[in-house]
Design a protein. Structure first.
Length: 240
């Protein structure tokens, strides 16, 4: 542990009144949720397609049953609990310091921890919409069924997550940009910043307290005012 860096982070937080957090998969791995984009041994033995293929719009439309097999096995973690990172961020929001959480995750753990202003760049598995009539279905309808889930109108139910080949939601992007532009401190945690266009949002930050907390290096480390290579949950537990 670099005590100087932790003290600097504490001071940054103390001096800031408009903190924004931008997080990725590393925030949720501490809750036991794997990065679904990693093709581990079990995945490769069970599926003949890559994760990137399966979570694409074209695959969903042409191989819906196969998509849902993967979705239930790899993307649904409804029993997962928030970890220290989620909890500490919710505490910062309650204290009036944190104004928004911008997340690439689809697991709803920030909300479970108590965060209110959560901007989900890639959607959420907790919203599931009929592709014909737009009726919203609870996630338990998906987790408790087999095969392709159908609406009572006959339409296919689709998780409200952004698949490859689909555009991000403009309203979510615009609100995220507004918060990043207004932030006096931007904390980026648990992401390698390799997924675009989401990663490009941080280029709109105008302040001088850009903090990167990630176990490994990122392409933006040289732009940051403070870099801590460690677990996001561990770091926030030390300073919040």
């Amino acid at each position: 542990m670099d005590n100087n860096k932790y003290e600097s982070l504490k001071q940054y937080i103390s001096d800031s009144n408009y903190i924004v957090f931008f997080g990725g998969a590393g925030v949720s791995t501490e809750s036991g949720i794997p990065d679904f984009r990693s093709a581990d041994g079990i995945y490769m033995q069970k599926y003949k397609y890559s994760p990137e293929q399966i979570v694409s719009r074209s695959f969903f439309m042409s191989n819906t049953a196969a998509y849902y097999e993967f979705h239930r096995a790899r993307l649904l973690h409804i029993d997962a609990a928030p970890n220290a990172a989620h909890i500490k961020l919710a505490e910062l929001e309650k204290a009036g310091k944190l104004k928004a959480v911008i997340t690439q995750n689809i697991d709803g753990l920030h909300q479970k921890a108590g965060s209110v202003k959560v901007l989900e760049l890639h959607g959420s598995v907790y919203r599931n919409l009929c592709m014909e009539c737009g009726l919203d279905y609870d996630v338990k309808i998906i987790s408790g069924s087999e095969g392709i889930p159908y609406c009572k109108c006959g339409g296919i139910i689709k998780p409200d997550i952004v698949l490859f080949e689909e555009a991000l939601d403009n309203e979510v992007i615009n609100e995220s940009l507004m918060h990043i532009k207004n932030a006096d401190m931007l904390i980026i945690g648990g992401t390698s910043l390799g997924v675009y266009p989401a990663a490009g949002l941080i280029n709109y930050y105008r302040g001088n307290k850009l903090v990167l907390i990630n176990k490994s290096a990122t392409p933006f480390d040289e732009q940051a005012n403070l870099v801590i290579n460690d677990s996001i949950g561990k770091v926030l537990s030390e300073v919040v």
